[in-house]
Design a protein around this ligand. Structure first.
Ligand code: SAM
Length: 346
């Protein structure tokens, strides 16, 4: 196996094997690694030009019934000050975001039982009434197919649900026994079937992860063919069982972004907050490796600290909606520009 032969498979859209992915993750010389980034970058530029789509991220609740071992807002964390935004608060985040140029709003939260279908459908309908030219993305975890169907009908366009890790044994290392990797993956296929622009993804460097596990994620994504993929480094949170585990690395995360861009040329790939938290140049590095989306925080300032998934989570400066000018400057430095657009996948 050579770098040229694997790259050729990717450009001809031929399926890669697990060994191909392991090779891309571990077997490249520094020169080949640069070629990988250059190929990913030109693929992104062919699809999206030098434009970066922005999404306004609204973190609507930090209540969660799940107890994922890595997550700071897990149910067992007694130290979290819990909050849930009202419909009025969520709508006023959108009112603030629209004139700033946001044309996608992402509603993300823990699996909070208060988010019934009726409550969410009412919110979605009102958002669509007030902002008909905007896309709405939901990221509210695992729900029934019927619930996903109703939310779609009420106006949701996209849904983000990371598989977290495609390897079932590794999934069980990261989650309590009652959480099912099969169910999570079934949700992703259901979302796609229902017509959502569907986003999957994984953490890089989560405890116990090997390159073979990462290769399984790529194989899973190759099969799912999602419209979006969110990946970021695992970062420890002090009040979780993984408090002492080492974080993932920026280098491995950026390498994964480049591989994903070549695997899914038209997909929306964010330069994530976790990567920007780990490395102040993370956003720029991800864009130069083929990322085309940034999701600044549009949550009310008083709750941002409380949506603490990992320690030191960035939510100010270029990571905040009100810091768009700084973000624009960072993008201009590397030859890109933020654009006002719904930013659907190709
Ligand atoms: N409840 C929804 C779900 O399950 O998809 C959305 C909220 S969940 C907190 C959003 C994402 O945060 C997860 O998919 C996970 O990958 C990421 N996350 C949680 N804890 C993290 C950590 N310690 N380091 C990096 N990412 C983390």
């Amino acid at each position: 196996m050579t770098f040229t032969s694997v790259l050729e498979k990717l450009t001809q859209r031929l399926p890669l094997t697990g060994e191909d992915f392991v090779f891309l993750l571990t077997g490249l010389t520094p020169g080949e690694e640069q070629q990988l980034y250059a190929a990913a970058r030109s693929t992104a530029q062919r699809q999206f030009g030098n434009r970066i789509f922005i999404r306004g991220l609204i973190e609507i609740s930090n209540l969660c019934k799940n107890d994922c071992y890595y997550c700071g807002i897990r149910k067992s964390n007694q130290k979290v000050q819990r909050y849930r935004l009202t419909k009025e608060q969520i709508l006023s985040c959108c009112e603030i975001g629209y004139p700033l140029g946001f044309r996608t709003f992402v509603l993300q939260g823990g699996e909070d039982g208060a988010f019934t279908d009726d409550w969410l459908c009412g919110l979605l309908q009102e958002m669509k009434r007030r902002f008909p030219d905007c896309a709405i993305t939901l990221s509210l975890g695992e729900r029934s197919r019927e619930s996903y169907r109703r939310l779609k009908q009420a106006g949701a366009d996209r849904y983000l649900l990371r598989e977290e890790t495609a390897d079932f044994a590794h999934y069980h290392r990261l989650h309590p026994a009652q959480m099912s990797p099969q169910h999570r993956q079934d949700c992703l296929f259901a979302l796609k079937e229902l017509g959502y622009q569907t986003g999957a993804g994984f953490m890089v460097g989560s405890p116990g992860q090997t390159v073979e596990h990462l290769a399984e994620d790529f194989l899973f994504l190759q099969k799912l063919q999602p419209h979006m993929v969110g990946i970021g480094p695992f970062l420890p949170h002090q009040d979780t069982p993984f408090r002492d585990c080492p974080p993932g690395t920026a280098a491995q995360t950026v390498r994964c972004v480049a591989i994903l861009r070549l695997l899914l040329p038209g997909a929306n790939l964010p330069a994530t907050t976790a990567l920007a938290t780990l490395d102040p140049k993370g956003r720029q590095k991800a864009v130069l490796a083929g990322a085309n989306v940034i999701m600044p925080n549009l949550s009310p300032a008083e709750v941002r600290d409380k949506y603490s998934l990992y320690d030191h989570k960035a939510h100010s400066g270029a990571e905040a909606a009100e810091g768009l000018r700084l973000l624009q400057r960072q993008m201009e430095e590397i030859g890109y520009t933020l654009c006002i657009d719904r930013g659907d996948s190709r």
